[in-house]
Design a protein around this ligand. Structure first.
Ligand code: BES
Ligand code: MN
Ligand code: ZN
Length: 490
């Protein structure tokens, strides 16, 4: 990633606006109130600002949108963004306004005249998230982004309000970087190493190798990775910010660094997208990073199963029967339904070792969830209404799309196998639900559990208000909020 944008907050001073280079953005309420900043900019531009604000186009702007004046005469700036953001704007609108500025940000930076806007920290957050750029593999002119400065009436107050949001943005960027990284770079080794580096932030990180996994009996997980030259790993990340010995919340992520489908190989078209099949593990890692950076007062353990699904002479075959760590046997009908095999063993291990208060798994698990919900919503499956509703509320509050899906015995019945305890697939119909039913078989009775199928939301092909196309980091904000609201000592 190019260096992330780190906004500064300084006291409003309109004296040298004419000399300001880069871009200038000014937050305006609507047409009526002419603040000192608007008046000053209008005078410098010989009336251009008020002409913009009185235009039909400005009248039609949604809250959070902007009109850009390019190379305005009277200003040294390349552009002046007049951003429509009333003082009573909500958090979403403020973040979107920031996103508009972040998208326009160039190498010469931007001065944002926020003055006394009550949502300035949220504007800065939106700007930071949208200004993310994955340029690791672009040679030539790196377009490092210039400095971003907010002019505000109380810099210390806004900076303090922004501190947790900055930690959160760092978590999102960690997720996005991992998910955007190609699979020849983000091998199972490299992934484990990047997670081990989180030790510097105070997380306890263990990397379990194949020998240890074999001792633990994680045959389902190892079976998926046995066709790859990259050894399988499980990484355990513990953040102990809560009350001593209070049972943790467990987050479990699917970390398939590349999914060819295995012997049930995928078609060539679009297979390159399967570099993002570690998206669930990426979100778990991003949340752990954010919790550590903001020193969350909660106990949370993140566990990720890191494997590569390759076809090979040693690869698992369709029809193989494998015994899980739990003890149940699985007939592997389709080696491309590998994520659930990885998760089953890691979910079981998480429960056996940590006896968690709740467990949430994330996975780019099925194409079927994309057919059902598109790229706008993650499929949410749960055995517990309280935890599930709390999560849905947190996701809504963060503007992350999430939609609860049904579960039930009839779906579970589709997993019946002639020769083993279950098959790993339940047919095309309701494919996202039967995948969830498979996971549920590895959740202990009574333990609150949520499964998040992020196949559609982890990566998108078009820009979003708060992220450029590519990895989104979906879920980091919602999970952080859920932890803050439900699992954190106040
Ligand atoms: N990683 C895929 C699911 C996926 C598809 C993620 C598209 C992101 C975008 C998963 O391992 C998979 O291959 N699922 C199969 C399951 C089927 C064989 C039952 C699928 O969805 O086709
Ligand atoms: Mn697959
Ligand atoms: Zn997969």
């Amino acid at each position: 990633m190019t260096a992330p944008v780190k906004p500064d907050f300084i006291l409003t001073n309109l004296d040298n606006l004419a000399l300001q280079t880069g871009k200038i953005a000014v937050l305006v309420d609507g047409v009526a109130p002419r603040t000192r900043a608007v008046k000053r900019l209008d005078r410098l531009t010989r009336g251009a600002v008020l002409r913009v604000m009185r235009s039909d186009a400005f009248g039609k702007l949604k809250v959070g949108e902007a009109i850009e004046l390019a190379y305005p005469s009277g200003l040294a700036a390349d552009a002046l963004l007049v951003v429509r953001l009333p003082r009573r704007a909500d958090q979403d609108q403020a973040r979107k306004a920031g996103g508009v500025i972040g998208r326009a940000l160039g190498k010469d930076g931007c001065l944002v005249i926020a003055d006394g806007h009550p949502r300035t920290a949220e504007v800065a957050f939106g700007l930071t998230l949208r200004a993310y750029d994955f340029a690791n593999h672009k040679t030539g002119d790196k377009k490092d982004l210039g400095p971003v400065t907010f002019m505000v009436s109380a810099p210390e107050v806004v900076a303090a309000g922004f501190a947790d949001l900055a930690a959160l943005a760092e978590g999102v960027f960690f997720t996005r970087d991992l998910v955007n990284e190609p699979s020849n770079v983000l091998t199972t080794f490299e992934f484990a190493e990047r997670l081990a580096a989180l030790r510097d932030l105070g997380l306890e990180v263990e990397v379990l190798d194949e020998e240890q996994l074999s001792h633990l009996g994680m045959r389902l997980l190892l079976g998926v990775g046995q066709g790859s030259e990259s050894p399988s790993k499980v990484v355990v990340m513990q953040w102990k910010g809560g009350v001593d010995d209070a049972p943790p919340l467990a987050l479990v992520g699917k970390g398939v660094v590349f999914d060819t489908g295995g012997i049930s190989i995928k078609p060539a078209a679009g297979m390159e997208d399967m570099t993002m099949d570690m998206g669930g593990a990426g979100v778990v890692a991003g949340v752990m990073r954010a919790l550590a950076l903001r020193k969350a007062r909660a106990n949370v353990v993140g566990l990720v199963g890191i494997v590569e699904n390759m076809p090979d002479g040693r690869a698992q075959r369709p029809g193989d029967v494998v015994r899980s760590m739990k003890g149940d046997t699985v007939e592997v009908i389709n080696t491309d339904a590998e994520g659930r095999l990885v998760l089953a063993d890691v979910l079981w291990y998480a429960q056996e070792r940590f006896n968690p208060a709740g467990i949430i798994d994330l996975a780019t698990l099925t194409g079927a969830v994309i057919v059902a919900l598109g790229h706008e919503n993650t499929g949410v499956f749960s055995n517990d209404d309280d935890l599930c509703n709390a999560f849905l509320k947190a996701a809504a509050a963060e503007g992350e799309g999430a939609w609860r899906m049904p579960m039930g015995q009839a779906y579970d019945d589709k997993l019946k196998s002639r020769i083993a305890d279950m098959m790993n697939v339940g047919g095309r119909e309701g494919g996202a639900v039967t995948a969830a039913q498979f996971l549920k078989r590895f959740i202990k009775e009574g333990l609150p559990w949520i499964h998040l199928d992020i196949a559609g939301t982890a990566l998108v092909k078009a820009d979003l208000p708060l992220s450029p196309k590519g990895a989104t980091g979906w879920g980091v904000l919602a999970l952080n909020r859920l932890i803050r609201d439900k699992f954190e000592a106040k």
